[in-house]
Ligand binder design. Sequence first.
Ligand code: 5GP
Ligand code: ZN
Length: 113
Amino acid sequence: MSDCIFCKIASKEIPADIIYEDDNILAFNDISPQAPVHILIIPKKHIASADDINYEDQALLGEIIIKIKEIAAKAGLINGYRIVNNCGEDGFQSVKHLHFHLLGGRKMHWPPG
Ligand code: 5GP
Ligand code: ZN
């Protein structure tokens, strides 16, 4: 996707503070952190949102969830953390490339706004 900012980060057209990378997954610090640790985890493949995940993406999504756990451990989030996915208009998704927010380092609140 030529006009997708996260595809551009994945292809290194746009710089980011990269935390983890492999063939399928990229993790980088959010440009506007909402917690002491705020990392975005994305598939390198362009999937527009959680609502666009298909059964063919099962293995990829499984990898992402396990990788989030490992990234959280490396970031020192031994007391817990929050994984967030905003999906679509009502979910307040601003970047239309599937991403998971890993938030930690402070006590989270519930319910979210
Ligand atoms: P959403 O609202 O779509 O769930 O989250 C998008 C996130 O991407 C926001 O937290 C925003 O701060 C982050 N973001 C948007 N543009 C960039 C960018 O160019 N670089 C980085 N590192 N984060 C970005
Ligand atoms: Zn994209």
